[in-house]
Design a protein around this ligand. Structure first.
Ligand code: WT7
Length: 634
């Protein structure tokens, strides 16, 4: 993509200045910590001691039924109790837990004690709606305090949450909602985006017509648009009404370590979205430990992760990680460039953000405006920066490092996935950095780059990224699809190793360079978008007979969609139809599916069994060799 020549230029250079954070860092010696992580059971058991357990585990890891690994067997614990209640009896009681800020400059500070009471009220309310332990509650909400409160309330009562990103639209929503069999859906009247209010409720109204399991819809009055009780249908209730008068105490459900915690849908290269299922104790241990190690979180940190809670980054590092560590988490609702491209730096200055975690696409976007904006503000509170979601090109890394970090804050380039639940490959703040490399597997993680047979490839040579030993926050299965779980991730290489779906290379210093996906999954502005979902959206348009889509390089978003369409008899590509197709795909999938180019073709390259060979389309697009075409139909 964007990286190659500069990668080579920078590969030799290791950044290891004397960052001020090194002095106070929780982990002082990178190599020694990696050494400790070699004994995974010992390492993770030690990390699990940081929590309050109702009952301790009997066995750290049970690997007798691979790939169904179990962690902290027979332990009893509650996540919300450890993220919130535990702090109430300490001096943290009145510390701000959630600092909510939006693009209109409005803010709301919620202390741990206030959060405790709000979560308890919602827990009682969900119980009254008949939600039992193990049942699913869906959420389609913007970045607002009620989303965090509702997720924690689910943990408290032992319900499983399924959050759908509010940037996904009707078609994508319906598919996810129906797979999760939720009885209750929590949503909002709208969200703020670049000076406008996006009407989420309208999307929900259309979508739920196709969601038979939903019995109750809870509506958060967030943007203050005038929804009146009388506007609501018989199964709808306002959030404020629902929690009104509920007691503000609640005895947390004692959850088994392996009880399901949440489902989060993500895209694969084929078929329906995958319901990635995470369980309780291992997830807690994994996210808290990695956030502590990678970003060196202390209790008085003001942590800001710009990821949306609708994705795994937000689950693990906007809400759960920071609250489990007892710091303050900044929740921002809005875009990086509205009302102007200085908004993020203005927030950093105003509140004194200490650790800041964002995505390469946002950095590339802000880079376009030059260093004027970061230079307008005092960013000296920042101690560590982070990047996630896709490979960060060295130009963006260096811009971030020089203009935002002023050459004093290390950048943690964290590689991980919805499935891994937690950071897997990343430096620690005391490590030597190379711009564009996620450096090495974290302590306790055993990653390797292998060839098709599963043998390690020589240094410098590209191969498949695999994880050789289990880790606590690993997903436990795909909801409703155990076979797919086994086939997609655990069958490809011998010995039940985890296939990540990325290509990578290890250099002579042992640094890992992630090269991008090995499958057809698209990465648009860091969001994972399934080719098959986009193709189905096209094919559901009346003019389209067949569709194939590939990722096309884009300087800001990393990739955008290029679609090859076979149109039905009597239809020809023109500007009207292109506009209509764009509208249609946006309606089905939402703004995440960014369309770059739509072309009409007479034929698509297929295998004899009828599978579209996107590889051929990609190679042609990039002007590369077509590779092995022996399975091509003609
Ligand atoms: C895919 C996972 C992890 C939370 C957000 C994305 C790519 C992620 C990096 C990175 C290079 C990265 C990979 C991975 N990716 N982080 N630091 N360097 N690539 O989660 O939506 O599940 O996507 O994102 O391709 O497989 P996700």
């Amino acid at each position: 993509m964007l990286r190659d020549t500069t990668v080579l230029m920078n590969e030799q250079r290791i950044f290891k200045p004397n960052y001020h954070v090194v002095e106070e860092a929780h982990v002082k010696n990178w190599e020694a910590e990696l050494e400790k992580g070699k004994d995974i059971e010992k390492y993770w058991a030690e990390k699990a001691e940081q929590f309050e357990w109702f009952k301790e585990w009997d066995k750290v890891l049970d690997d007798s039924d691979k790939p169904f690994f179990k962690w902290f067997v027979n332990g009893k614990i509650n996540l919300a109790y450890n993220a919130v209640d535990r702090w109430i009896s300490t001096e943290k009681r009145n510390q701000v837990a959630i600092l909510y800020v939006n693009e209109r400059g409005e803010e709301k500070k919620i202390t741990y004690y206030e959060l405790y009471r709000e979560v308890n009220k919602m827990a009682n309310a969900l119980r009254n709606l008949g939600i039992k332990k193990g049942e699913t509650v869906s959420m389609y909400l913007p970045m607002c305090p009620e989303l965090l409160i509702s997720m924690l309330a689910c943990n408290k009562i032992g319900a499983v949450h399924s959050v759908v990103y509010s940037g996904l639209s009707v078609g994508a929503f319906v598919e996810r909602m129906n797979d999760a069999d939720a009885k209750v859906l929590i949503t909002a009247d709208g969200t703020y985006r670049r000076g406008k209010i996006i009407d989420l409720k309208k999307i929900v109204d259309e979508a739920v017509l196709q969601c038979p399991t939903i019995e109750t819809i809870v509506v958060v009055k967030h943007t203050g648009s005038p929804i009146e009780i009388s506007d609501l249908s018989g199964r709808e209730i306002l959030y404020d009404r629902l929690v009104e008068g509920e007691p503000d105490t609640f005895a947390p459900e004692e959850m088994d370590s392996e009880d399901p915690l949440f489902i989060l849908y993500t895209s694969g290269s084929t078929g329906k979205p995958k319901g990635v299922l995470h369980s309780t104790a291992g997830y807690m241990v994994g996210v808290a430990t990695t956030l502590k190690n990678v970003f060196d979180i202390h209790e008085n940190d003001l942590w800001w992760c710009t990821g949306d809670i609708g994705w795994i980054t937000g689950h693990s590092y906007v809400i759960y990680g920071p609250l489990l560590l007892g710091c303050t988490t900044l929740v921002y609702e809005g875009a990086p460039d509205f009302p102007d491209p200085g908004i993020w730096w203005r927030i950093v200055e105003k509140y004194g953000v200490t650790k800041f975690y964002t995505a390469p696409t946002a950095i590339r976007h802000l880079m376009r405006f030059g260093n004027k904006y970061p230079n307008l503000y005092n960013l000296s509170s920042l101690k560590i920066l982070g990047s996630v979601g896709e490979p960060i090109n060295p130009e963006a890394w260096i811009w971030f490092y020089e203009n935002v970090g002023k050459g004093k804050t290390p950048i943690m380039d964290t590689w991980w996935q919805t499935e891994t639940g937690m950071h897997m490959i990343s430096p620690l703040p005391v490590a030597g950095l190379k711009p564009g490399s996620a450096t090495k597997p974290l302590p306790g993680i055993h990653a390797e780059v292998v060839d098709e047979q599963g043998e390690p490839v020589p240094l410098g040579k590209g191969g498949y990224l695999v994880i050789k030993k289990p880790w606590p926050a690993m997903f436990r299965t795909l909801y409703h699809d155990e076979e797919r779980f086994k086939d997609v991730y655990w069958k490809e290489f011998p010995g039940c190793v985890y296939r990540a779906g990325d290509m990578a290379r290890i250099d002579e210093d042992g640094y890992i360079w992630i090269q991008g996906r090995s499958d057809d999954v698209l990465k648009i502005a860091g969001h994972r978008v399934g080719t098959s979902e986009v193709e189905s959206a096209f094919v559901s348009h009346p003019a389209v007979a067949e569709a194939a889509v590939i990722g096309k390089s884009d300087p800001i978003k990393g990739q955008v969609i290029k679609a090859f369409l076979i149109l039905k008899e009597g239809h020809n590509i023109n500007t009207t139809i292109i506009e209509d197709l764009k509208r249609h795909v946006r309606y089905e999938l939402g703004p995440v599916a960014v369309l770059g180019e739509i072309v009409q073709v007479d034929k698509l390259p297929k295998t004899r069994s009828g599978k579209i060979m996107r590889r051929i389309l990609r190679a042609k697009e990039e002007g590369e060799d077509l590779g092995d075409t022996s399975t091509l139909e003609e």
